[in-house]
Design a protein around this ligand. Sequence first.
Ligand SMILES: [Zn+2]
Length: 425
Amino acid sequence: MIDRRHGFFNRDQETMSRDKREAYQRQRLSEILLHGYRHSKAIRSGFEKAGLRPEEVRDLKDLEKLPITKKADLVNAQKEALPFGGFEVVSETGVRRIYVSPGPVYEPGEWDYQDRRWAQALYACGIREGDIALNTFNYHLTPLALMLDESLGMLNATVVPVGPGNISMQINLMKQLRATAYVGTPSFLMAIIEAAEGMHLDLKKDLHLGATFVGAEMFPESLRQKLESKLDLMVRQGYGTVDVGCLGYECPEKKGMHIPEDVIVEIVDTETGKELETGATGEIVATNFSKVFPMLRFATGDLSFFIEDPCSCGRTSMRLGRIMGRTDQVTKVWGIFIHPWQVDEMMAKYQAVANYQVVVTRKDYRDEMVVYVELKQEISDKMGMKKRLEKEIQETLKVTSEVIFTVKGGIPDRAKKIDDRRIWE
Ligand SMILES: [Zn+2]
C-alpha cells in the first residue's frame, strides 16, 4: 500500500524553521531584485518610480516600498511594448514557449523549468513516484497544464497528457491504462464521476484512482465531501495564478494551503497596498523568483488570510485560508466597503437562515441597503430575529440596513450575494 498521506517532496525545505525560511527568502529576493533591475526594463522603471535601488530592499518587510503590479498594468505595459511589456529578462529568441493567458497576457516560458512549487503541491495531495496521472488541464495557450506536466515528471510520475473534454475517452483511458491519479478541476472530476456512474461502473473497483489534485476554480467544501465519499480517497487542492505560479497547496490535514518557500506572499489592504496584520482578510499579492519573467508584488485579485499556527503534517510554512472571493466583487455603501464574504461569515452564525441577498439602491442621492433573508422554516419570534440581524449588520458591516424576510424560494439560488441596483447618471 502506498503511503499517500505522509512525507515531503523536499523535507529540508518544507520543514525549515521560521528564521531559516526568512533568511532563505531574503537571499532569493535580493538575487531576483538585482537580476530584475539589471535585465528587465519594467522592473527597473518600477524601482525608479519608487525612488529605490534594489539594495535598499533588505528585508521581506521592505517589499512594501515597491509598487503593486495589477493585471491591468501588465496588459497595458504589453500593449506598449509587445510581447512581454519589458517584464522579461530574456531576449525574444531565448524563450522556449510563449504562453497566452486571458487579458491577453503574453508570458515567456523558460527552457529549463525548475520551479518546484507545483511538484510540492502534487506530492502533498498524495501523488507519488510510479503513479500514472491523467492531466486534464488544457495544454493549449496557458501554462498551467505544462507546468504540472513538468512537475509530475519531478515526482517520477507518468503523465497522460489528455487535456479536458471527451469524458467517455477519459473514463476508457482511466480503465485501460489503470490511471492512479487525476489532475484537473474539481468540477470536471465530478462530471467524470457522474458519467462513470451513468455507465454503471463501480468507481472504487473499475477505476484505480489513488490520488487527486484539483485546482483552477473555487472548491466548495460540499463538492469535496461528495468527491471524497464517492471515490473513497482524499481530494486536495493547489492554488495559484498563471502569472505567478503556485501560491499554496493543501496537505492531508486540510487546514489551509501551505505557501511554498519559493514565493513571497503578502496579504494587503486593497486600498493602500500595505500589509495587513496576520489573520486579517485582504488581497493576495505575490513575488516570485522566476529567472525569465519575475513578478514583483503581483496583485492576484483574490482575497484570503494567513493562518500561522503550526500544521500537524510537519510543514512549517504559513498557510493561506480559503479564497474568500475577488476584490472586484466589493461594493461601496455609504462610503464603506462591503465584501460578499463578510455577509457570508455573518450569516453563517445563524442556523435558521437558508439564503440571503443584500440589495443596494439609491434614493434622493442617498444609498439604501436592504438585506433579504429566507428562513429554513417559520420561527416564532420573527421580530426578535429581525432586530438581532439588523444589529449584527450594523456592528459587522458598519452600515444601517433593514432586514426583510422573504417567502421560501424568494431568493433564487444563483442570485448575486450583493446586488447593486444603483444607477449612476
Ligand atoms: Zn499541513
